[in-house]
Design a protein around this ligand. Structure first.
Ligand SMILES: Nc1ncnc2c1ncn2[C@@H]1O[C@H](COP(=O)(O)OP(=O)(O)OP(=O)(O)O)[C@@H](O)[C@H]1O
Ligand SMILES: [Mg+2]
Length: 458
């Protein structure tokens, strides 16, 4: 029988949780504050801890820290008051499985507990996705050689089994929809519907009825009742693509649905309960749109419980060749060998800066496959735009081609240059935050400064 430690300094909540979970057949141990929980953790072992965040003197975050340091196999669910979700998100980043806002719904609690136990069970038994993935080193269908992309995959793996709303950021063509689909595929909702809606492609006037449905006669032309996307996606995932294009009035309606978990059809008066996980994507930072009055701040907070940033392809060149290989294998007939790329072509593709990211790369490969001869992809088969851009870049010195980099240099000098390039990119990936970059690189801040290229030391 799974053992659950419940920690809350509000006696009513503690008793309520205890009663519900005992009723579900769990072996529960209540602790009325963080200190008592710490004592219990030292002498007994639990499968799951449910802890309030706001407690004194030992608060939920400290308990979480202790748990992730010493009891890695114990799942943790945080309880948080509505309005302090920010801390809960922090907690998930630090290893909590999920969080529940107070007041909570019975079925939400029971489901989250079940899921956390299943997930952590799987972790202990080493059967989980995570174990499989570590072996395979990536999520199925997602190329992730670079550290930046591996981080994205780690996040996907961590948050997929939860119900948390996810906001995916990335330039056009970086793989936002791919990530959204992976979040669905690796979630308990995987056998239910994944619905994608492009908010930029839907006319504003139609959006409400598309999303929530309408009743017969709701407006001219509404000749029958229509089920909206939310209802269609019931039990599954709804992907709101280009959420930045959603008109403000629909934003308010969406916010209400996210809060109440109920929808009302256009022209109707009944409310229908819906259970839908939301994943949104944008290529613009919503914070900027809030400032311009184009996006509701409260909706932003609801949506961005977890946000995943996909770096542009030019900042993760390690992924370029593996992506080419992946695309080639996908495009050719099964059980045939993909054509080879000659050295020059590889170099061009490797040095191009890919403003259209992975989508542009896929198009380039399709282009090449159309013109390929004798099983070798040469530069003549590539879109001229790409070849010209790289050749011009090399001529004007903006790009040092990789072959040039090797020429007349000692190995030491070469490695030194590579190290600088790597540091620079890591710092860029961390949006200039040098402390974070040092952490990512596993070196001290002082070492980072010592090794850093001069132009970055400001
Ligand atoms: N890391 C990756 N591994 C494999 N394929 C990828 C990867 N990233 C992107 N792709 C592929 O690139 C194409 C574009 O990806 P996707 O449609 O998810 O991008 P997007 O960010 O939604 O783009 P847009 O902003 O244009 O809508 C897809 O065919 C996708 O499968
Ligand atoms: Mg897309």
């Amino acid at each position: 029988m799974p053992r659950i430690l419940i920690v809350d300094d509000e006696p009513t909540i503690l008793n309520l949780l205890n009663k519900i979970l005992t009723g579900q057949g769990y072996d529960t141990t209540p602790a009325s504050n963080g200190e008592k929980a710490l004592q219990l953790l030292q002498t007994e072992s639990f499968d799951l801890m449910i802890s309030d965040i706001n407690m004194t003197p030992v608060n939920g975050m400290e308990l979480l820290k202790k748990a992730s340091e010493s009891y890695a196999n114990m799942g943790v669910i945080m309880l948080t008051a509505y309005g302090t979700v920010g801390t809960a998100v922090e907690a998930m980043k630090k290893g909590a499985f999920d969080y529940i806002t107070k007041p909570f719904k019975l079925d939400e609690l029971v489901l989250t507990v079940q899921r956390a136990l299943e997930y952590h069970n799987a972790l202990t038994e080493n059967k989980t996705l995570k174990a499989r993935l570590e072996h395979q080193d990536q999520l199925e269908g997602i190329v992730a050689e670079s550290a930046g992309m591996r981080k994205v995959c780690d996040m996907v793996e961590r948050v997929a089994p939860t119900n948390a709303t996810v906001l995916v950021y990335g330039e056009s063509g970086t793989g936002k929809e791919l990530v959204a689909r992976a979040l669905h595929r690796y979630s308990p909702r995987k056998d239910k519907t994944f619905m994608a809606v492009n908010c930029a492609a839907l006319p504003a006037a139609l959006m409400e009825s598309e999303m929530f449905g309408h009743v017969k006669g709701a407006f001219t032309g509404a000749s029958s009742t229509k089920i909206g996307l939310f209802e269609t996606a019931h039990g599954g995932t709804l992907f709101l693509d280009e959420i930045s294009s959603m008109p403000l009035d629909i934003q308010s309606k969406l916010l209400r649905v996210l809060q109440d978990k109920k929808i009302r059809k256009v022209g109707g008066s009944d409310h229908t309960e819906v259970d839908v996980r939301i994943i949104a994507a944008s290529n613009e930072k919503l914070e900027n749109l809030i400032e311009q009055g184009k996006f509701r701040e409260d909706l932003y907070y609801r949506l961005s419980v977890i946000s995943i940033d996909i770096p542009p392809l030019r900042s993760r060149p390690e992924d370029i060749l593996p992506l080419i290989d992946h695309t080639l294998r996908r495009e050719i007939a099964p059980n045939t060998e993909p054509p080879l790329l000659d050295r020059e072509t590889q170099e061009i593709l490797d040095n191009y800066n890919w403003p259209g990211n992975v989508r542009e790369l896929e198009n380039a490969i399709q282009h090449a496959l159309t013109f390929v001869q004798n099983g070798v992809i040469t530069k003549e088969t590539l879109p001229a735009k790409i070849v010209d851009a790289v050749e011009e870049g090399i001529r004007s010195g903006v790009i040092t081609s990789r072959r040039e980099q090797f020429k007349g240099k000692s190995l030491k000098a070469f490695l030194h240059d590579k190290e600088k390039e790597f540091l620079k990119r890591t710092i860029e990936n961390m949006s200039g935050d040098k402390e974070k970059a040092a952490e990512e690189l596993g070196i001290s801040l002082a070492t980072l400064y010592r090794k850093m290229p001069q132009n970055l030391k400001n």
